[in-house]
Design a protein around this ligand. Structure first.
Ligand code: ZN
Length: 309
């Protein structure tokens, strides 16, 4: 899964420090992120402070870059687009004019472009994909937390905690992480798994999933979501693994759930377009970036049986 970045190590301890030459520049604007791109290739990297000229490095370092996290020894620092000295950067060559977003040439020769955050899905390197997701999660939370929800005054990053603090009343706002579940309902006697297609933009067969609601346990959420969406009752639940999903500020908890009773489906028409039981042979190998597809793949390969004890 995307967060599996070994041999690299993700450090989320909040240890702010001055930005150094080898640290990564994170510039996120809405759902776009500034990255090094190469013509004809979908893989990207973060720009580093050393990619900029000496004058530009001083300008960026003096513009209050915000420490986010580290991977190995590299710190990731949020810098707003207004703080970046784009005026000092050379415009990219004309052959890039057909691209959707403006491109800039760094002093080092790296070509920078604002890319959709979804570009994380196309990265062969999990460390880059994970960094894009976590950087987006943190910068979008900071952008939504610029004012205090209690008194309306401006906030600023807390010097010692990963939190935004109100300048007037001291209210602390921590990163928002919403628990959600992905449920692989399995019909053990018939060796089948339930997959469903939602009515949203994502129109592929996937698992039943949903947010944990206020006042309920994660286990109650699993049973409620499955009953609401497809009308099935569940027996034993088996926790599998979890996954941070910064794109939607989620911590996804994955379960295998045994069918109990009837296998007849009753679809929630406002949420589910189609749902079906699939045998192992009917499934093809799935990409395992997300927890949802990793659960499906664990069913297809039979690995899931280890989790049902
Ligand atoms: Zn306040």
């Amino acid at each position: 899964m995307i967060q599996d970045i070994a041999p690299h190590v993700f450090h989320n301890e909040y240890l702010p420090r001055p930005m150094g030459a080898t640290d990564a520049v994170v510039c996120c604007e809405d759902s776009q992120i500034l990255l090094n791109v190469t013509a004809g290739d979908t893989s990207v990297t973060f720009p580093h402070l050393s990619d900029f000229s000496a004058d530009e490095q001083v300008h960026i370092a003096n513009s209050n870059p915000q420490y986010l996290f580290s991977i190995d020894e590299t710190g990731y620092f949020s810098v707003s687009a207004q703080q970046l000295p784009f005026s000092a950067l050379q415009q990219a060559q004309p052959q890039d004019a057909s691209q959707l977003q403006p491109a800039f040439r760094c002093a080092s020769g790296q070509l920078l472009r604002f890319c959709p955050v979804q570009i994380f899905r196309q990265q062969p390197d999990n460390a880059t994909a994970h960094a894009i997701m976590v950087a987006y999660h943190l910068t979008s939370w900071m952008a939504r937390s610029r004012f205090c929800g209690r008194c309306g005054a401006k906030t600023a990053p807390h010097p010692k905690e990963r939190a935004m603090q109100c300048s007037a009343c001291g209210n602390l706002i921590y990163p928002q992480i919403s628990p959600a579940v992905a449920v692989a309902v399995v019909d053990l006697p018939n060796d089948r798994i339930l997959l469903a297609k939602g009515l949203g933009e994502f129109r592929k067969f996937a698992l039943i999933a949903g947010f944990v609601e206020i006042g309920e346990t994660v286990e109650e959420c699993v049973r409620r979501e499955v009953f609401e969406e497809v009308g099935l009752k569940l027996g034993a639940l088996h926790y599998y693994k979890s996954q941070p999903w910064g794109l939607t500020s989620i911590e996804m908890l994955g379960f295998f759930a045994e069918l109990s009773g009837s296998d007849a489906l009753r679809l929630q028409e406002t949420e589910i377009a189609e749902a079906r039981w699939f045998s192992r042979e009917q499934l093809s190998e799935a990409p395992v970036q997300s927890l949802s597809f990793t659960l499906i793949e664990a069913f297809r390969t039979g690995e899931y049986l280890r989790y049902l004890k």
